[in-house]
Design a protein around this ligand. Structure first.
Ligand SMILES: NC(=O)c1ccc[n+]([C@@H]2O[C@H](COP(=O)([O-])OP(=O)(O)OC[C@H]3O[C@@H](n4cnc5c(N)ncnc54)[C@H](OP(=O)(O)O)[C@@H]3O)[C@@H](O)[C@H]2O)c1
Length: 343
């Protein structure tokens, strides 16, 4: 057991109304918790940033229990086991799973995403939250299973600079797609999508000629659309889908996730007339196949077919300040906060 007694925490001070802000959180210091029966005490090392954290701050919580006022903010994280009463975890083990914005968390092996022990690996520890974490694995299962991308497909991915989108293009290419197009905000991010993430072309969603560019780049329509954004962008894409096209609803960034009740698409009759298939994805449902996804992604990384992008900020004090940037603009790739080094 560690001899450290202070546990720094960022707790939810009030439920955000509209966009999440730093002022919605409060800093406090608590005691290092004691793990109970079947529990594991973990010292946190990295926090991952996911747009879904904003959903967990709503009254409803979306697909998980909402974070309560006064509770440390929930996050996906990487940590190191300090003490354990679960035989599956030993002190010193590096682990990934649900944690919260504090130095020490009590974790359990059960739940929607089990706390997984990270085997020794020849890649940076932080990649377990990015390319081998929620974003990369959602990209993998979304493209291979959700959209069933195959040879000859024209594929479009929105939020293509994000943790998920920056991987989805490479997965689509590995599946034999004919053309892979990414959507991003601004010329610099569009350049990154092509030159770094390896897409064939990019479309700037902030440009007025968005629909025209889509028509130009996909003259026969879009066979598979990986939708991370929803809203008007989804509506525009529905007008450009090829007959029998597939749409994967992965996220709704354009909504800001301030409410769980969102307006659906207006052009939904295209689903009928073009005989489209629309599917959703929630990574939790692939919890038994995560190792398979990580293995495949790892192989493509080793072969140089998959570009890994992360954006690591250091310092526990930055925890709340980074969350709003998911919605207001951030660097390409997975956003992470490093709070400590492993012992
Ligand atoms: N269903 C699941 O299991 C699952 C798992 C993981 C992620 N997701 C969803 O996937 C989406 C992307 O998450 P991520 O972690 O990959 O991204 P991320 O790294 O958090 O980056 C945010 C991305 O969203 C884009 N974005 C933000 N506001 C936008 C807007 N108003 N219009 C268009 N694009 C906007 C940004 O693009 P620009 O910088 O170019 O503006 C950026 O690429 C989210 O909706 C998230 O909820 C779902």
């Amino acid at each position: 057991m560690s001899d450290v007694t202070v546990n720094r925490q960022w707790v939810l001070a009030r439920r955000p109304v509209g966009a999440v802000s730093v002022d919605d959180f409060r800093y406090q210091e608590g005691e290092v918790p004691e793990p109970g029966e079947g529990e594991v005490l973990v010292r946190t090392l990295y926090f991952g940033y996911d747009a879904s954290q904003r959903i967990w701050l709503t009254d409803d919580g979306g697909y998980m229990r909402p974070v309560g006022i006064g509770e440390p903010m929930r996050t996906m994280g990487i940590g190191q086991v300090v003490a354990s009463s679960d035989p599956g975890y030993r002190p010193g083990d590096l682990v990934e799973g649900f944690m919260s914005w504090q130095d020490y968390v009590v974790a359990r092996s059960d739940g929607p995403m089990p706390l997984r022990v990270l085997p020794p690996a020849d890649f940076p520890l932080s990649w377990n939250l990015g390319v081998f974490g929620v974003g990369g694995l959602t990209a993998y299962f979304g493209v291979t299973d959700g959209l069933k991308v195959g040879p000859g497909d024209t594929v479009v991915v929105s939020a293509a600079t994000g943790a998920t989108g920056s991987v989805a293009g490479a997965v689509a290419r590995a599946m034999g797609a004919k053309t892979v197009i990414g959507i991003a905000g601004g010329p610099e991010k569009c350049r990154w999508v092509v030159e770094e993430a390896g897409y064939d072309a990019a479309i700037d969603y902030r440009d007025d000629d968005f629909a025209e560019r889509l028509r130009e780049l996909c003259p026969d329509g879009v066979d598979a659309y990986f939708d991370n954004v929803g809203g008007d962008m989804l509506d525009t894409l529905l007008l450009h889908m090829a007959p029998h096209g597939r749409v994967l609803i992965c996220g709704a960034m354009s909504s800001g996730y301030t409410d769980v009740q969102l307006q659906g698409p207006t052009n939904y009759m295209k689903i009928c007339t073009q005989q489209l298939t629309v599917r959703g994805i929630l990574l939790f449902h692939y919890r038994d196949r995560l190792a398979e996804g990580a293995r495949e992604l790892g192989q493509w990384v080793r072969e140089g077919r998959l570009h890994v992008a992360e954006n690591i900020v250091e310092g526990f004090e930055h925890a709340p300040g980074l969350l709003p940037t998911l919605f207001t603009g951030k660097q390409p790739g997975k956003l992470l906060l490093k709070v400590a080094d492993p012992a």
